[in-house]
Ligand binder design. Structure first.
Ligand SMILES: [Zn+2]
Length: 304
């Protein structure tokens, strides 16, 4: 049995490669509880959830990683957020039930945007690639190949019960003038590292969705990298937690403006805002709405 709602790091002792495995079970079901997505949309979102967790766990600061996919196809928007502490939330929008699970058909012409926000430094990094792959892992492969980042590959799986993923990343090494590299286990030649990096990717390409979803971490790593010396670390929990709050909703309404809010109160007697990520409803009656614009409230900052 695979682990549930965990992320585990591992390293290759001989080579400058690291990896991560992620498994979501109950957390994934909780995320989907209030959504009624067609299977193809659900699975595409699940793969993005696994990818976001794997990528967020490589952050070296407190912050937020967002994967956003926009397209002209049946599933026109998908947003997944993951904090460095591995709290996830995800949402997709679709116009009509899609005929295919191929991401190019599901989303149509569009883009994949990866945004990383550093909480402490108020700076953000954003990378955008055209949607060219049949799956999230292919799109992310494009993303990593076209950006100046560490060589990184992901293998992802999602169904109604589970979300799972594997990440492999090649780390920089201290290069010596002779072309000999320092790694954890003494010296290996640059060619050897290059060959090994190719080999581990080919081996990982053989992993099936069932194996990713069902095998526990130790069995999976043994199945894939038995000829390598792989060291596993303690696993860390991954969970679903929405970042919505009444305060954020109030700020969003303030940003909308008094006229807009007044006309909603006039029409419906109250204002109801439902969080798209977790379906939680925030209700403000006429008195709450007057209070929104009375006195110096906090500055409007939108939903984020
Ligand atoms: Zn929410």
């Amino acid at each position: 049995m695979a682990e549930v709602d965990t992320l585990r790091r591992f390293v290759f002792e001989r080579y400058p490669f690291r990896g991560q495995l992620v498994h979501l079970g109950p957390a994934w079901k909780a995320m989907m509880e209030h959504h009624d997505y067609p299977e193809q949309v659900r699975n595409a979102l699940g793969e993005a959830v696994a990818a976001a967790a794997l990528l967020a766990s490589t952050l070296k600061f407190h912050g937020l990683l967002t994967l956003q996919l926009r397209g002209a196809g049946p599933m026109h928007l998908m947003v997944v957020e993951c904090t460095d502490g591995l709290a996830l939330r995800a949402v997709a929008r679709f116009r009509e039930p899609p005929a295919s699970g191929d991401l190019r058909e599901l989303s149509g012409d569009g883009t994949l945007t990866v945004t990383v926000e550093n909480e402490g430094a108020a700076n953000r990094y954003q990378g955008v690639v055209p949607l060219a792959g049949a799956s999230m892992s292919e799109c992310l492969r494009e993303y990593f190949e076209s950006s100046e980042q560490l060589p990184t590959r992901l293998w992802l799986h999602a169904d109604g019960e589970n979300v799972a993923g594997l990440l492999l990343q090649r780390l920089p090494v201290t290069s010596k003038p002779t072309g000999v590299l320092e790694s954890g286990a003494g010296t290996v030649s640059e060619d050897e590292v290059e060959d090994a990096w190719r080999r581990v990717q080919l081996v990982a390409d053989t992993v099936t969705g069932e194996e990713l979803a069902e095998l526990d971490d130790q069995k999976l790593l043994h199945r894939l990298f038995s000829e390598d010396d792989v060291r596993m670390f303690e696993s860390t929990p991954v969970f679903f937690r929405c970042r919505c709050s009444r305060e954020r909703v109030e700020n969003m309404l303030r940003a909308l403006g008094r006229d807009e809010v007044d006309s909603m109160v006039e029409e419906f007697g109250q204002v109801e805002v439902r969080c798209e990520f977790c379906s939680r409803a925030y209700r403000l009656d006429a008195v709450d709405c007057v209070a929104l614009f009375a006195g110096p409230g906090p500055a409007a900052t939108g939903m984020h």
